[in-house]
Design a protein around this ligand. Structure first.
Ligand code: UDP
Length: 342
């Protein structure tokens, strides 16, 4: 049976790590990426790690003709759709860019899958769909809250589009939506990792850049939350562990083990950590100090969230394995390699 997977956004942070895990699990991968927020060098990293010549097709999922040509060129049997815009703040300023990139691209991919008889798709969703939950940890049955950014809204709309499409085409389509918590870290080889453009918006790249003295001081957004140390709590999941969840989801669909045509799984560690705890773990794991100060809350941030992962653990046979210290050390190894720090 052929195992050819189209990985859209495969030059990105999660996409490149997933491409590695898929190739190591025996899949033929084709990466499609418009390189708008990623580098072809990431694909070089994937090639080096896996010793393969994984193809990179520079194409935009919003370009239906270009994507149709790819579906004709390769015999895909599955898709993992990562390609999307992902900055919350930017989505508030440029909502139409987000609706175009995140919704039009998905509609194109689904239409092409139906047209070319490609059945399986894993979709990158996000814990942002839960908003500020009333009860923790969140399970897949926790009600979604109204999205507080256009970005979050695109993830909710995308989930709805996928669900409606499986209802209309139950024999032609199988979907697994993975709701990621906070992906961090880098591949243990330090050949691929996160590549933020400009000042990092996310916590861990900001920490590693501060540790590398590219930034003076980490601002901790909010010290007055209703949490044990006053800083906000998230569930930080190692990117390689997260990548492996995609392989598990892919095998589940391909082996016909899905319980329904549209399934959702939380992908996190099941453990909440505060910003201050994460900084402390980074310092312990690496022996490098991260100057930091507490500042005001960041608009749009929620106070606390972490996952109940028991459904994913049981059904996907997948579990986060790395310790947070290992993951933070991998993020630091990657930053050091980028900056040529010994
Ligand atoms: N955060 C912070 N300083 C930063 C970046 C992030 O204190 O420079 C906090 C942020 O307020 C949140 C947590 O770190 O509580 C994780 O933020 P990130 O942007 O990485 O992910 P999010 O949870 O917003 O998707």
């Amino acid at each position: 049976m052929k195992k050819s997977v189209l990985v859209t956004g495969g030059a990105g942070f999660i996409g490149s790590h997933t491409a590695v895990e898929l190739i190591e699990a025996g899949y033929d991968v084709v990466i499609a990426d418009n390189l708008s927020n990623s580098e072809a060098a990431a694909v070089e990293g994937v090639r080096k790690i896996t010793g393969t010549n994984v193809p990179l097709e520079v194409a935009d999922c919003c370009d239906r003709e270009a994507m149709d040509a790819l579906f004709r060129k390769y015999a895909f049997d599955s898709v993992i759709h990562f390609a999307a815009s992902k900055a919350v703040g930017e989505s508030v300023e440029k909502p139409l860019l987000y609706y175009r990139n995140n919704i039009l691209s998905l509609v194109n991919i689904l239409e092409l899958m139906l047209k070319h008889g490609v059945k399986n798709i894993v979709f990158s969703s996000s814990c942002t769909v839960y908003g500020e939950p009333d009860k923790l940890p969140v399970t897949e049955r926790t009600p979604r809250k109204k999205a507080n950014s256009p970005y979050g809204n695109t993830k909710q709309i995308a989930e709805d589009i996928l669900k409606d499409t499986t209802i209309a085409h139950p024999d032609a389509l199988r979907v697994i939506a993975l709701r990621y918590f906070n992906p961090i870290g880098a591949h243990p080889s330090a050949l691929i990792g996160e590549l933020p453009k400009g000042v990092p918006g996310n916590l861990v790249p900001y920490i590693t850049q501060t540790a590398a003295s590219l930034r003076e001081c980490l601002s901790i957004f909010g010290g007055d939350y209703d949490t044990p140390d006053g800083s906000a709590i998230r569930d930080y999941i190692d990117v390689t562990d997260l990548a492996k969840a995609h392989v598990a989801a892919m095998s589940r669909m391909r082996e016909g083990k899905s319980r329904s045509v549209y399934e959702i799984f939380n992908i996190g560690t099941g453990k909440g950590l505060s910003v201050l705890e994460l900084v402390d773990k980074f310092e312990r794991a690496t022996g490098v100090k991260v100057p930091h100060k507490i500042v005001g809350r960041r608009a749009g941030d929620i106070e606390k969230i972490w996952a109940d992962t028991s459904y994913a653990n049981r059904e996907l046979g997948w579990k986060a394995e790395k310790t947070t210290e290992e993951t933070l050390a991998s993020a630091w190894a990657w930053e050091k390699r980028l900056r040529s720090i010994e």
